[in-house]
Design a protein around this ligand. Structure first.
Ligand SMILES: [Zn+2]
Length: 348
């Protein structure tokens, strides 16, 4: 990336949210949406809905507090029509218009707090939701790699981190800027790695940072997934690979295995054949479409795009979602069809 485009991106990230918030508050974005004839649903993406006992173990990019979540659900109950993902997919498949104000709720990664915290709140309002599960993490009840890395940094007992990045990098973690750079770099390595290499890298990170604690189990087990489905029948399941991999970065054969084995494990453990899928890190590609079709997937979610409205004109195998803001500010904008795409972590 050249200097100019990275400066442009930084500027967009800094002032973009304010411009959008202003455009929404003044009614300009609504007017724009009406003039363009926009209609359809917004699909919200959540990860963890953590209470205060657990949030310190979770990368803040991946959680909304229980209190904020309750406020968001109450807002949806008052102002929106929340429907099941299946209902939306059937409607757009039939080419039907989707009523304005329609919202769908989804959760990625299979956090245990989806059962203990989020589900009871949604149940109060009789709202449906879909959980996208990375099946091998559920098999092992393993905390997501990003939260393992986050804890290693938070609970480190070493001040310096050495990391081989082609040339050897060494960061002083006592310096906030260097700590941030180190965390991003390590996360990038972990994200790009396959399952085995990722485990090796996490071990290396723990060896080098000597954290004083490991995170508790933050991920559901299959027993808990079954309990979720029986206690909260408005929940449905979808696939999210087996090892939480970027499928655009692995060979076609492995990507196919990730898709089919994930669906198979969900079916074996719950009796439900998942028909929906969400790509890890929102990364998808044209060749992956064929694999989705072969695997019988009816709807799949890709990146959080700049046109986040889902309607009959949307590509069912590359649907957009909106990352739920971690604060109440901007939630009305996030769930409005006037939303032209929110910058990641708007409102954090
Ligand atoms: Zn994920």
């Amino acid at each position: 990336m050249n200097l100019l485009s990275s400066a442009k991106q930084r500027l967009r990230r800094t002032i973009g949210p304010y411009i959008q918030a202003m455009g929404y508050a003044t009614g300009l974005m609504n007017l724009d949406a009406r003039l363009r004839g926009v209609n359809g649903a917004i699909v919200l993406m959540y990860h963890s809905v953590a209470d205060h006992t657990l949030s310190r173990w979770i990368d803040p990019r991946n959680h909304v507090s229980a209190d904020i979540f309750a406020q968001q659900v109450s807002f949806l109950a008052r102002h929106k029509r929340v429907i099941a993902l299946d209902e939306l997919v059937v409607a757009i498949g039939r080419g039907q218009a989707v009523q304005e104000g329609t919202v769908v709720i989804t959760f990625d990664d299979g956090y245990l707090d989806n059962l203990t915290v989020a589900a009871p709140i949604l149940h109060r309002y009789q709202m449906p939701a879909t959980l996208f599960l990375p099946s091998s993490y559920i098999d092992r009840g393993e905390t997501q790699w990003v939260d393992q890395a986050y804890t290693a940094f938070q609970r480190r007992s070493e001040r310096w981190l050495r990391w081989e990045t082609g040339v050897e990098a060494r960061w002083d973690l006592g310096d906030p800027e260097q700590r941030r750079a180190a965390y991003w770099c390590v996360c990038r390595y972990l994200l790009q790695a396959g399952a085995e290499r990722r485990r090796m890298l996490l071990n290396l990170l723990y060896e080098r940072l000597q954290p004083t604690a490991k995170p508790p189990r933050l991920t559901l087990t299959w027993d808990e997934v079954r309990r979720l489905l029986s206690d909260y029948p408005r929940f449905s399941l979808g696939g999210h690979t087996t090892e939480h991999l970027d499928l655009t970065a692995v060979p076609g054969g492995e990507a196919k295995k990730e898709l089919t084995q994930c669906a198979q494990r969900i079916k074996e453990e719950t009796g439900v054949q998942p028909r929906h899928f969400s790509f890890c890190y929102g990364r998808t590609s044209e060749p992956l479409r064929c694999l989705l079709v072969e695997a019988g997937v009816e709807a799949a979610f890709g990146a959080c795009g700049h046109e986040p409205v889902v309607n009959a004109a949307s590509d069912p195998l590359n649907l957009p979602r909106v990352e739920a803001p971690a604060a109440m500010d901007h939630f009305a904008l996030a769930t409005s069809i006037a939303n032209r795409g929110l910058w990641r972590r708007l409102g954090r």
